[in-house]
Design a protein around this ligand. Structure first.
Ligand SMILES: NC(=O)C[C@H](N)C(=O)O
Length: 337
């Protein structure tokens, strides 16, 4: 399972954003480190054998921990990738990124970047200075995937710890372990290791990606996530509305549910034209319409398989592209099934 390159090596553009993969130990405290200390160039130079896989070119987009990821960096990434593809400057993209919000950046880019060349996002759980840093191996595997023609047409992929995962399903499931990224509903789309190369699983037929136009400027509309829990009242929902939310995603209990007070407040918000999307705080499964909650009557949307943080991104993109009707928003959430 070797990459089918003939003659010249594939051109991979590495876009560095920071994160623990670029982190260094903090000399003042054992175990502590600061993310985003090493440049993309230094990262690329530090991995032996990378130059045999591809012709690499690294650019620094930001140097931040991904807890600080923001619309400005997202727009810069999306525009740089599109430009590189449109001008045929690269055969594939590798983004180095912190792991905390890696899934959101992957999903955002998956929804806005056009074309079928591979875009791979990679990070690490341990800083570059750790005894057994996972960054170099992950970066090697990310370049392997981005350089492989079989990775084309699969949207944005996350590559960490030998697994290739789709932007829609991948999520961080462990706070500190290197075995953290999983796709709870459908599993990885493939596997990669230095000895065995790349193996893609059979793709489910019918999977369809839609891409949305980036709005002008560098900001997406305000959409809040409200986390549901026992003894829930309407205060967090009223708070989101008073701060100008154009949409609210409910990280609901169970099948996207919440207390009567919360659901009543959301129903009122929907009447004012605020987009209400029911997602769930539960790790896996789908949120289904009109089971315990009357979505048709209340004007709600369900997130299907999307977790709250990804449902938020899709809602932002849809509101930015002018969607005002819940039924239309619902179609975008259900489009892939
Ligand atoms: N492992 C990591 O990358 C965590 C870090 N806070 C980040 O997301 O940038």
């Amino acid at each position: 399972a070797e990459p089918a390159t003939t003659g010249s090596l594939p051109r991979i553009l590495v876009l560095a954003t920071g994160g623990t993969i670029a982190g260094q130990a903090d000399p003042r405290a054992t175990g502590a480190y600061k993310s985003g200390q090493i440049t993309g160039d230094q990262l690329v130079q530090s991995v032996p054998g990378l130059d045999k896989l591809a012709k690499l070119n690294a650019e620094q987009i930001s140097s931040i921990g991904s807890q600080d990821m923001n619309d400005k960096v997202w727009f810069a990434l999306a525009r740089r990738i599109q430009d590189a593809f449109d001008k045929n400057e690269a055969d594939g993209i590798v983004i180095t990124h912190g792991t905390d919000t890696l899934e959101e950046t992957a999903f955002f880019l998956d929804n806005v970047v056009r074309g079928d060349k591979p875009v791979v996002i990679v990070g690490s759980m341990r800083p570059a200075t750790a005894v057994s840093a996972d960054g170099p191996g992950n970066l090697y595997e990310a370049v392997q995937v981005a350089a492989d023609p079989r990775a084309r047409g699969r949207g944005v992929m996350a590559v960490l710890n030998d697994k290739i995962q789709g932007a829609r399903s991948v999520t961080k499931t462990n706070t500190t372990s290197i075995e953290t990224f999983n796709s709870p509903n459908d599993g990885p789309i493939g596997y990669v290791d230095t000895a065995g190369g790349i193996r893609f699983m059979a793709q489910a037929p019918g999977f369809k990606r839609t891409t949305y136009q980036l709005p002008p400027g560098e900001q997406l509309p305000r959409v809040e996530i409200v986390y549901s829990h026992a003894n829930m009242d309407a205060v967090p929902i009223e708070d989101a509305i008073s701060h100008g939310a154009k949409g609210i995603v409910l990280a609901g209990v169970g099948d996207g549910n919440s207390s009567k007070q919360a659901l009543d407040a959301l129903e009122q918000a929907a009447k004012k034209g605020i987009m209400i999307v029911r997602s769930t705080r539960v790790r896996s499964g789908f949120v289904t319409r009109n089971v315990e909650v009357d979505d048709d009557k209340n004007g709600f949307v369900v997130s299907e398989d999307l977790n709250p943080q990804k449902a938020r991104v899709l809602t932002q993109l849809l509101i930015a592209s002018g969607v005002t009707a819940p039924a239309e928003l619902q179609r975008a959430f259900t489009a892939t099934w």
